[in-house]
Design a protein around this ligand. Structure first.
Ligand SMILES: Cc1ncc(COP(=O)(O)O)c(C=O)c1O
Length: 339
């Protein structure tokens, strides 16, 4: 059973955005001395967002607690979202929306071939997702416009932003940050100096910055850009955090200003989902030293960034965003609400 949402303590109107419980909250924080040594860090803690669900974990489950809560409150019969062909966000949305009886439409744009691309090609149709596979990135604006306006299950679908990154969606990571603060305050884990997070759409990082502002934490929060520069940057992330805090303020939380994130921008390699030798190497070392898996699009590149001279000797909390488990799919088709 999941713990109550801690965000409720900060906003009297929290019930208005009632998230649905999907994750095993709180996720643990574990010390990894072997991997810390290999990376040259003073200490390494890992926020195990990979363990957020036994069905399919990862950081995106958090966003969906809020986003599917909103869809259900709006009486939606289906949801539509957008992502790269190998998107974990799209896969996570499909799994949890279908489990809650919602139809799903997914608009997918091409990316380099990875294990995730094959996984999505196999699993999304098996879940009954209406998949729109685009041939080019150029087709995205028109397809995304149409996908939001074409009925699904007899009504217009509820829109879930790419990456689940909206002011509401990023509250999932804010909640997860509050869990870290609870452990620190109880003295259950040693205090890190900084939190390091892979930044794709930047939503996880924005949510952490919002959570940090809520509790007036002085932990430094650092994003590792793993996508091209045009997709994400520290200013955009800070704006996302500001919008999330504005949403909470409308629910009665105090008015707060998020800090700017620290930023590592040279770990993305040749492009989105193109592995780097470093990411490959640190994915293998992580498995050997700490026993959790990484992939080379997001977490592998962020782990590789931990080995950079700028972080040498520092006490780091790494935000592990990639599911520890392959998706566990139901053996019977899900019921579609209203079908
Ligand atoms: C495993 C993993 N890590 C990190 C990210 C990036 O998170 P965000 O889009 O919140 O920046 C993603 C995004 O899909 C992801 O799948």
């Amino acid at each position: 059973l999941s713990a109550p949402f801690q965000l409720a303590r900060f906003c009297p109107g929290f019930a208005d955005i009632a998230p649905v419980p999907l994750s095993d909250r709180p996720t643990p924080v574990r010390a990894e001395p072997g991997l810390a040594r290999a990376l040259g860090l003073g200490a390494l803690l890992v926020k195990r967002e990979d363990l957020s669900s036994r069905v399919y974990g990862g950081a995106k489950v958090r966003n969906l607690e809020f986003l599917l809560g909103a869809a259900e409150r709006a009486g939606a019969r289906g949801v539509v979202t957008l992502g790269a062909a190998g998107s974990h966000h799209v896969l996570t949305t499909a799994i949890f929306a279908r489990a809650r009886g919602l139809a799903v439409r997914a608009v997918l744009f091409p990316q380099p071939s990875t294990r995730e691309v094959e996984e999505n090609a196999r699993i999304l149709p098996a879940l009954g997702v209406e998949v729109w596979c685009l041939r080019s990135l150029l087709a995205v604006p028109w397809a995304w416009w149409r996908a939001r306006r074409r009925p699904l299950g007899g009504a217009l679908p509820h829109v879930i932003a790419p990456g689940g990154t909206s002011p509401l969606g990023v509250l999932g990571a804010a909640e997860a940050f509050l869990e870290v603060v609870t452990l620190l305050e109880a003295g259950e884990v040693p205090r890190p100096e900084c939190v390091v997070v892979p930044a794709g759409s930047g939503g996880t990082l924005a949510g952490i910055l919002a959570g940090r502002a809520l509790v007036a934490s002085d932990l430094e929060v650092i994003g590792v850009r793993v996508v091209p520069r045009v997709v994400v940057g520290p200013l955009r992330v800070r704006r996302q955090a500001r919008r999330a805090l504005a949403l909470l303020e409308a629910l009665g939380a105090p008015a707060l200003v998020p800090a700017a994130p620290g930023w590592i921008s040279d770990a993305a390699g040749p492009g989105y989902a193109r592995p780097t030798d470093e990411a490959d190497r640190w994915t293998r070392v992580t498995q050997a030293e700490a026993g959790f898996r990484a992939e080379t699009t997001y977490t592998g590149k962020a782990l590789a960034a931990l080995a950079r001279p700028a972080l040498r000797g520092r006490r780091v909390l790494f935000w592990n965003t990639f599911s520890a488990v392959d998706p566990v799919l139901p053996t019977v088709p899900h019921r579609i609400r209203g079908a």
